[in-house]
Design a protein around this ligand. Structure first.
Ligand code: ADP
Ligand code: MG
Length: 279
């Protein structure tokens, strides 16, 4: 067994007297796609920030590629892990081309600099940005901007990917693209941690889900064990139902809505309006 790519143990973070993370354990192995899910304010971004070194640890430990986070220089850390922040504010009018090129900065002066063109071309292709390369980032739509930010960290070609809500601004096709891409990276041996709100998307693509609520890990395991109606309804404080896709067996999580028959109970035949006067 290879060593874990990311190991967080007993992580606690307090900000301004408020406990944001409380004794959190999280681990991601090479080859694994881990979805980090939970309600707004659960602490997902803070946890990703701690793992990426952007948020100071209160207590606990974080290891990246087998070494304590604090022992890495920023330059070397940037060759190990790439981070897609939830908020990516690019205030200067860089072009998409320039933003993607920035992803190669950690490799400047190394032998892998020779891969720059290939890494950039591949990232652009996979994020469907080829026709936007000369445009400036502020001129892009929200979804295009999100894809440009993703392209930059794909070009970085690290073995660890930390993605905070990469699909939030994307249309359904580009959401699928991003998760398929994350899946491919995991299948190729990388460790991918992705924060998602769409639980059906998490169930379809992730090997494992870690469910956070109020700064604590509530459950951690395969989607089929974590995504139960009772647990999810309690954690999200809303009645939810978990269905099974008829053809591939993946789980689909939906809110229960008044007036809709539960999938578990036999449904009444749809009443059809009389078509008087037509033939
Ligand atoms: P999530 O990403 O799961 O929605 P966050 O990690 O962003 O949650 O935030 C968790 C909680 O910590 C929220 O209640 C948020 O308001 C609070 N929080 C996060 N960062 C700060 C900060 N710098 N100062 C004060 N509160 C913060
Ligand atoms: Mg967040």
């Amino acid at each position: 067994m290879g060593m874990s790519a990311v190991v967080a143990r007993g992580v606690s973070v307090s900000i301004g007297g408020a406990r944001i993370l409380d004794d959190v354990d999280l681990e991601a192995r090479p080859g694994e796609l881990l979805a980090l899910v939970g309600p707004n304010g659960a602490g997902k971004s803070t946890l990703l920030g701690v793992i990426s070194g952007d948020v100071a640890l209160g207590s606990g430990t974080v290891e990246i590629a087998g070494r304590p986070l604090g022992s890495w220089t920023l330059k070397h850390l940037a060759r190990e892990r790439a981070v897609l922040l939830q908020q990516t504010a690019v205030s200067f009018p860089f072009t998409v081309q320039q933003v993607v090129e920035m992803g190669r900065a950690p490799w400047a002066g190394t032998a892998l600099e020779a891969d720059d063109d290939d890494a950039i071309a591949d990232a652009v292709l996979r994020t469907d940005l080829a026709r936007h390369l000369p445009r400036t980032v502020p001129s892009l739509s929200g979804g295009e901007r999100a894809r440009a930010a993703l392209a930059r960290i794909l070009a970085q070609r690290t073995r660890i990917l930390l993605l905070d809500e990469p699909t939030a601004a994307l249309d359904i096709r580009h959401q699928e693209d991003v998760l398929r891409l994350a899946r491919e990276r995991a299948d190729a041996g990388d460790a991918v941690i992705v924060v998602l709100h769409d639980l059906s998307l998490a169930a379809a693509f992730a090997d494992r889900v870690c469910l956070l609520a109020d700064g604590r890990v509530v459950a951690d395991g395969p989607p089929a064990t974590v995504f139960t109606e009772d647990l999810l309804s309690r954690v999200y404080d809303h009645p939810l139902e978990v269905l099974t896709h008829p053809s591939d067996g993946t789980l689909i999580v939906l809110p229960r809505r008044a007036g809709r028959a539960s999938a578990a109970s036999p449904s009444a035949p749809p009443s059809s309006p009389a078509l008087e006067g037509t033939s």
